[in-house]
Design a protein around this ligand. Structure first.
Ligand code: C2E
Ligand code: MG
Ligand code: MG
Ligand code: MG
Length: 280
């Protein structure tokens, strides 16, 4: 009996487990290839000052299109990159690519005021990050204020002294520091006041049923108040409807980003969009 149950559970469990492990291996190998062959790409999503709808910058978002596996979402491959030890490489690649693209646009007279780049929390434990960033800015003749680094609440709560050191050195360099997906993690508000954060991004989950959800509105109100009273810019992400934008305007939110205004798009498409939308 025991033997049978054992066999049964063996057959029930292991093929699945193997499949998962195999998929991860395959995906890991494909990601390593993608990185070495340069088949990762940055898309850019425009951001706007809410009051005036002035175009204030873009967020760079990674895209990976594998010839066989198709589009793989960053929600899937970023954790994988962490696991296979490639996250720092990817972060540095994104930073360089974003700065390079901004400098090309500047040279072409295409006005993209600023770029935000997402970095993983673990990248902040690298001692090289601040020096890497300041070298990049110099190489591309870019003012530090044109670059913002987005981190998640986890970095703020990270007790590693290296992470806090990196945050403070990046601040000294003059780049913007933004807390992404704000309101979903658990931040210490005390620490928020002590870190040189310049921007809070209200998580897009609050936009779901925003017009009818008093809880979401209460959180948005609080985030906007806290951010603004600490001298930070508050950006709402995932804005999809006019009703959401109207409500955010009445709450005094500073900036917006979302499908209502523009999807993340390849650099070429952003250029076309600017040519038609941002005319004086
Ligand atoms: P995020 O930084 O919070 O980025 C916002 C996500 O919301 C993006 O998903 C964007 O495409 C999506 N989005 C924008 N507007 C709307 C909207 O109106 N409605 C809805 N439903 N979604 C909207 P994406 O590009 O799939 O990226 C997912 C997450 O992956 C990002 O969240 C970020 O945490 C991570 N990620 C993306 N690129 C990078 C990167 O270069 N490095 C790192 N470490 N993480 C990245
Ligand atoms: Mg982000
Ligand atoms: Mg976000
Ligand atoms: Mg996110």
């Amino acid at each position: 009996q025991a033997k049978l149950a054992g066999r049964a559970s063996y057959h029930f469990y292991h093929p699945e487990m193997n499949k998962l492990a195999q998929d991860r291996l395959l995906l890991g190998a494909a990601l390593r290839n993608a990185i070495s062959q340069g088949s990762l790409e940055l898309y850019y999503q425009p951001q706007f000052r809410l009051k005036t709808l002035e175009f204030i910058g873009v967020e760079a978002l990674l895209r990976w299109k594998d010839p066989e596996l198709g589009n793989i979402s960053p929600e899937q491959f970023i954790p994988l990159a962490e696991e296979i030890g490639q996250i720092e490489f990817i972060g540095c690649w994104s930073l360089r690519e974003a700065c390079r693209q901004l400098s090309i646009w500047r040279d072409q007279g295409i006005i993209v005021p600023a770029v935000s780049v997402n970095l993983s929390p673990s990248h902040f434990r690298s001692r090289n990050l601040p020096a890497f960033v300041s070298d990049l800015l110099e190489e591309y003749h870019m003012p530090a204020t044109h670059l913002t680094i987005e981190i998640t609440e986890g970095v703020m709560m990270d007790s590693h002294p290296e992470s806090l050191e990196a945050v403070s050195q990046l601040h000294d360099i003059g780049v913007g520091l933004s807390i992404d997906d704000f309101g979903t993690g658990f931040s210490s508000l005390a620490r928020l006041t002590r870190l040189p954060i310049t921007e809070l991004k209200l998580d897009r989950s609050f936009m779901r049923n925003f017009e009818t959800d008093p809880g979401a509105q209460a959180v948005a109100t609080a985030v906007i108040r806290i951010g603004q009273s600490l001298g930070m810019t508050v950006v709402a992400e995932g804005v999809e409807t006019e009703a959401q934008a109207k409500l955010l305007t009445s709450l005094g939110c500073d900036a917006v980003q979302g499908y209502l205004y523009g999807r993340p798009m390849p650099s070429r498409d952003l250029e076309k969009w600017i040519a038609t939308a941002v005319t004086s």
